[in-house]
Design a protein around this ligand. Structure first.
Ligand code: PEP
Ligand code: MG
Length: 580
C-alpha cells in the first residue's frame, strides 16, 4: 500500500530507490558494493567470523562446566545456548547470503541489514521473553562484526561508490544521522536520505545538501513506517517521501527526476559566465566546504574561492583524539592548493550543539540548551593551547595560497580581544619556528543578535564580516535549528532577522569592508534578489547551489531591487512580498 510521509525538504531533486534502514548504532559499518565474483569471498568472511564466535561461546560453556556443576549457571548457559542457536540459524544465514549474492552488499552491510529486518520482527512479538531475544541477536552480530573488523575485508572497501551500474539505486533511511555520520556517507552508494529528526538548517541537513542528493529530514516516523527494501521516492523539493508507490506515481516522479537532470545540465552552461547583474554589479560567489577534498567541487562549480571551510569536520568522530598541528596544516594546505590561487576562508572549529565531536552523542552534554553552551569560539577559548594549535596550522597553510581566518560565534568584546591576542601569539610562534606564512585577513561571523547589534565594534577589530544566518535566525527567534517540532517557526524572513541582516550589510558597506552571507540563505534562490537588494555582493554556499544562484543574479537589477528591499524591510509580513 502506498504511504506518503511528510518531512522537511533539505536537498533538491528526486531520488527513487530501495530503502536501506540503518540503525544509529550500525552507522560505522562499511557500506559498499562488491562485484559478483567477490560474493563467495565475502560469504567466507562471514563463515569464518561465525566460526570464531561459536568457538568462543563453546569455550566459555566448557569453562563454566569445569567451574562447577552445570546447573550452577543455568541462566548464563541458557543465554549462551540462545546465542549459539542464533548463530546457527539457517534462515538468518540464507537471508544474509541473499544480500551478498543478489544485492552485492559487502559482508558487514549484509549482516546488519538482516539484523534490522529480524530486529523489527522481534519488536512486534507479543511475548516479552521472545521480544527480549532481540538484544541477544544484537550481541551476536556485534561479536561477528568485531571479529570481521579484526580480520579486515577480503575485498578492499572502495573509496568511492563501487557500483557496477547494474544495481538498483538505494536510499538511506535512519532515525537520525550525526553530521559525522553524514560525512562518512559522502562517498557512499546512496542516492538519497531520509531521517526522522532534524531541522532544515541542522548540520546533518547541511551536509546532505553538500552531497547534492535529494534528502528529507524531520520525517518523524519514516524509519518505522518504511521496511527494509521497500521502494521509496524522496522528493527533496517538497519534503514528501512516498513508500511503495503505484506505477502511475513512479512514472510521474521518474518524469520529474529527468526534468531536474535536464535543468541541471542547462545550468552548467552558466559555469564560466561572470556573475554580473543587469546593471553591471559584480557579485562574488564562494563555496562552503566541509573537507579539503571538497575544493575540487568548488572549482568545478566555478566558485571564486571558499567562503566557509567548516574546519570542525576534521575534529569529529575521532574518539577524543584531536588532530595535531601537522595533520591540520596538511588538511588546510590541501584545501588551499585545491583552490588553485583563489582565497580560502578557514573558520576555526565550531563544535558543540548539533555538531558533537563524537557520533551518537547528539547532545554532547546534559545541559538543557547546548546551542547556548560551550560551542565554537567559546570552546576554543576554553582551551587556548588547543586553539593555538589550530591557529598555527591555519597561518602556516597561508604560505601556499591566500587564506582568510574566520571566527565563529563571537558576541563580547572580551572574546574579540582574547581571540586577537591568541592570533598574535600564534603568529609569533610560527615566526619563531621560522615557518613561512602569508598575509591572513581576519574575519568575524555575525551570527548572534548581540553581534549584529554591535557591528561597529566588530568592524573596528576585523578586516571583514560573514553573516551566519543559520544561527542568527536560531538565536534571534529562539528556535532550535535542529528541532523539527519548531521548524515551522524557523523563518529567515522574520522582520527582526531581516533588520539585523540589513543593518550588518549596510554598516560594513558604509565602511568599505567586505561582508558576505555564508548561511543557507545565501544558497536559497528565493532569497537571492532580496539579499542583492539589501546590498549584499558576496554569497557563500554549497558548490551545488552556485549556478542556480548565478542564474538569479544574471536576471537582477540591483538598483530596482534596493528600492523593493526597503518595502520588504518595512512590511509586517515580508514573506508575502518575497516568495514568488
Ligand atoms: C551559520 O550559522 O549560518 C553558519 C554558516 O555556520 P554553521 O551553519 O556552521 O553554524
Ligand atoms: Mg553558525
Amino acid at each position: 500500500m502506498t504511504v506518503a510521509v511528510h518531512g522537511l525538504a533539505v536537498s533538491r531533486g528526486v531520488a527513487i530507490g530501495r530503502a536501506v534502514i540503518v540503525a544509529a548504532t550500525r552507522l560505522d559499518v562499511a557500506h559498499y558494493f562488491i562485484t559478483p565474483d567477490q560474493a563467495e569471498a565475502e560469504i567466507d568472511r562471514l563463515r569464518r567470523a561465525r566460526a570464531v564466535v561459536v568457538d568462543d561461546i563453546v569455550k566459555v560453556q566448557q569453562s563454566l562446566h569445569e567451574l562447577g556443576p552445570h546447573d550452577a549457571h543455568p541462566e548464563l548457559n541458557a543465554l549462551l545456548d540462545v546465542h549459539l542457536m542464533l548463530l546457527q540459524d539457517d534462515q538468518l544465514t540464507a537471508a544474509v547470503k541473499h544480500w551478498i549474492r543478489d544485492r552485492h552488499y559487502n559482508a558487514e552491510w549484509a549482516l546488519t541489514t538482516q539484523l534490522e529486518v529480524v530486529a523489527r520482527q522481534f519488536d512486534e512479538m507479543e511475548d516479552p521473553y521472545l521480544r527480549e531475544r532481540k538484544a541477544d541477536l544484537e550481541q551476536v552480530v556485534e561479536r561477528m562484526l568485531r571479529v570481521m573488523r579484526g580480520v579486515g575485508s577480503a575485498v578492499a572497501a572502495p573509496a568511492t561508490d563501487g557500483r557496477t551500474g547494474r544495481e538498483t539505486p538505494l536510499v538511506l533511511i535512519a532515525h537520525d544521522l550525526s553530521p559525522a555520520d553524514m560525512l562518512q556517507f559522502k562517498q557512499s552508494v546512496f542516492a538519497g536520505f531520509v531521517t526522522d529528526v532534524g531541522g532544515k538548517t541542522s548540520h546533518t541537513a547541511i551536509v546532505a545538501r553538500s552531497m547534492d542528493i535529494p534528502a528529507v529530514v524531520g520525517a518523524r516516523s519514516a524509519s518505522h513506517l518504511i521496511q527494509q527494501d521497500d521502494w521509496v521516492i524522496i522528493d527533496g523539493d517538497t519534503g514528501i517521501v512516498i513508500v511503495d508507490p503505484s506505477p502511475i506515481v513512479l512514472a510521474e516522479y521518474g518524469f520529474k527526476q529527468r526534468q531536474g537532470e535536464v535543468e541541471r545540465e542547462r545550468l552548467q552552461r552558466l559555469k564560466s559566465t561572470p556573475a554580473v547583474t543587469l546593471d553591471g554589479q559584480k557579485i562574488e560567489l564562494l563555496a562552503n566546504i566541509e573537507q579539503p577534498d571538497d575544493a575540487a567541487a568548488a572549482v568545478k562549480a566555478g566558485a571564486a574561492g571558499v567562503g566557509l571551510f567548516r574546519s570542525e569536520f576534521l575534529f569529529m568522530g575521532r574518539n577524543g583524539q584531536l588532530p595535531d598541528e601537522e595533520e591540520q596544516y596538511q588538511a588546510y594546505r590541501r584545501a588551499v592548493e585545491g583552490m588553485q590561487g583563489m582565497p580560502v576562508t578557514i573558520r576555526t572549529v565550531d563544535v558543540g550543539a548539533d555538531k558533537p565531536l563524537e557520533r551518537n552523542a547528539v547532545r554532547e552534554n546534559d545541559y538543557l540548551n547546548p546551542a547556548l553552551g560551550l560551542r565554537a569560539i567559546r570552546w576554543s577559548l576554553a582551551d587556548p593551547a588547543m586553539f593555538l594549535v589550530q591557529l598555527r596550522a591555519i597561518l602556516r597553510a597561508s604560505a601556499h595560497g591566500p587564506v582568510n581566518l574566520l571566527i565563529p560565534m563571537l558576541a563580547h568584546v572580551s572574546e574579540i580581544r582574547q581571540t586577537l591576542a591568541l592570533v598574535q601569539r600564534a603568529r609569533e610562534q610560527v615566526q619563531a619556528a621560522e615557518q613561512p606564512m602569508g598575509e591572513v585577513r581576519l574575519g568575524a561571523m555575525i551570527e548572534i543578535p548581540a553581534a549584529a547589534l554591535t557591528v561597529p565594534v566588530f568592524l573596528r577589530h576585523f578586516d571583514y564580516l560573514s553573516i551566519g544566518t543559520n544561527d542568527l535566525i536560531q538565536y534571534t527567534l529562539a528556535i532550535d535549528r535542529a528541532d523539527e517540532a519548531v521548524a515551522h517557526l524557523y523563518d529567515p524572513l522574520h522582520p527582526a532577522v531581516l533588520q539585523l541582516i540589513a543593518d550588518t550589510i549596510a554598516q560594513a558597506n558604509a565602511q568599505g569592508k567586505p561582508v558576505s552571507v555564508c548561511g543557507e540563505m545565501a544558497g536559497d534562490v528565493t532569497m537571492t534578489r532580496l539579499l542583492l537588494g539589501l546590498g549584499l555582493r558576496c554569497f557563500s554556499m554549497h558548490p551545488s547551489q552556485i549556478l542556480a544562484v548565478k542564474q538569479q543574479i544574471l536576471r537582477s537589477d540591483t538598483g530596482k531591487l534596493a528600492a523593493w528591499a526597503k518595502t520588504v524591510l518595512a512590511a509586517d509580513d515580508p514573506a508575502a512580498l518575497v516568495v514568488d
